[in-house]
Design a binder for this molecule. Structure first.
Ligand SMILES: *[C@@H]1O[C@H](CO)[C@@H](O)[C@H](O)[C@H]1NC(C)=O
Ligand SMILES: *[C@@H]1O[C@H](CO)[C@@H](O)[C@H](O)[C@H]1NC(C)=O
Ligand SMILES: *[C@@H]1O[C@H](CO)[C@@H](O)[C@H](O)[C@H]1NC(C)=O
Ligand SMILES: *[C@@H]1O[C@H](CO)[C@@H](O)[C@H](O)[C@H]1NC(C)=O
Length: 288
């Protein structure tokens, strides 16, 4: 019975994807009791429902490389999730998962070099309305900066859930990636005070980046500097006005060669009243 099912899938897959390099992924968590999942693909009506283990194993082993084929079947059988265990597919980004017919936003596994060998699969956040792939980390919140006076003396290393190597591999096929960065400050310089450079961010591979979200790479500006509307037009960041008023500099970073942000480096928070908060969004990528 199962072999009929997989033959159907294989046939569909060979039409859809020909001899594409095999890739893999696992569909993610879901919430249904597997023994109750009997939404089989059209044309396949087993006499008895397949058990969880059987489904998992067969889909993993036999269908792993039959990407598009899996669309209908696994969008349905894929509900098994936590009860059935992960189900293998062949996906390299969320756009592929969207194209395969999945619609439920959430965590999905990607495995760029195929199942069962090479690097292990990793989990990403898929928005299947847009097909975007997102990478989360430990800094999507206001992180306080205080008591670090000298330039660059505060270093926050951003910790991503997915290894940098895999993030960059997904980015390599993206046509756009972006990450939003913010600094809220009170009497604390962000980038520069006269000629002293206090703060910057580091590219994925640790290269210092001297501009902030919303400005051009290497411009030494924040978004307000690029737009010419900073709190003080003698500076190119609101925070560099360095006054006793809450200021904010934020904007989108889009340089695919530099993203994602691996560290946020700051200073000028040594005096009692000086304080800042940095915030960094998840990294979001678009594939065609
Ligand atoms: C799943 O559903 C079956 C059939 O309704 C039931 O016998 C079984 O106890 C359920 N298992 C879980 C973990 O809920
Ligand atoms: C899945 O199959 C159903 C019919 O069983 C069809 O209506 C639907 O369009 C199919 N979806 C995909 C993504 O192929
Ligand atoms: C941050 O990362 C750098 C470079 O990898 C390392 O030298 C430094 O010790 C790290 N700092 C912290 C606070 O983890
Ligand atoms: C800043 O802007 C104000 C108001 O537009 C203007 O009067 C002033 O000359 C500007 N200062 C500098 C340094 O550009």
């Amino acid at each position: 019975m199962a072999s009929v099912f997989f033959l159907l899938l294989a046939a569909a897959a060979s039409v859809a994807h020909g001899t594409d390099t095999p890739v893999s992924a696992l569909a993610s968590p879901a919430m249904v009791n597997c023994t109750q999942v009997v939404n089989y693909p059209a044309g396949f009506s087993p006499q008895a429902p397949l058990g969880c283990t059987e489904l998992k194993q067969q889909i993993a082993e036999e269908v792993a490389q039959q990407l598009e084929s899996l669309a209908n079947a696994s969008a349905k059988i894929g509900r098994c999730g936590t009860t059935c265990g992960p189900i293998r597919h062949s996906f390299r980004n969320c756009q592929e998962i969207k194209k395969a017919g999945f619609t439920e936003n959430g965590l999905y596994y990607l495995d760029l070099d195929g199942p069962g060998h090479g690097r292990p699969p990793f989990e990403v956040n898929c928005d299947l309305a847009t097909g975007t792939t997102a990478f989360t980390h430990d800094s999507s919140r206001d992180v306080v900066v205080k008591g670090k006076e000298s330039p660059g003396s505060y270093v926050y290393n951003v910790s991503y859930e997915v290894p940098m190597h895999d993030i960059r591999a997904v980015m390599a096929t993206a046509h756009k990636c972006e990450q939003w960065i913010q600094y809220k400050c009170y009497s604390a310089v962000l980038m520069k005070s006269s000629s002293t450079r206090y703060g910057w961010w580091a590219s994925w591979d640790g290269r210092p980046q001297h501009y902030w979200g919303g400005a051009h790479p290497g411009s030494d500006q924040c978004a307000c500097g690029a737009a010419g509307n900073c709190a003080n037009n003698a500076t190119t960041c609101n925070c560099d006005n360095n006054d006793a008023v809450w200021r904010v500099d934020n904007g989108m970073l889009r340089d695919i060669a530099a993203l994602p942000v691996s560290a946020i480096v700051l200073g000028d928070t040594g005096d009692k009243a000086e304080i800042g908060y940095h915030y960094l969004s998840k990294l979001t990528c678009w594939h065609r």
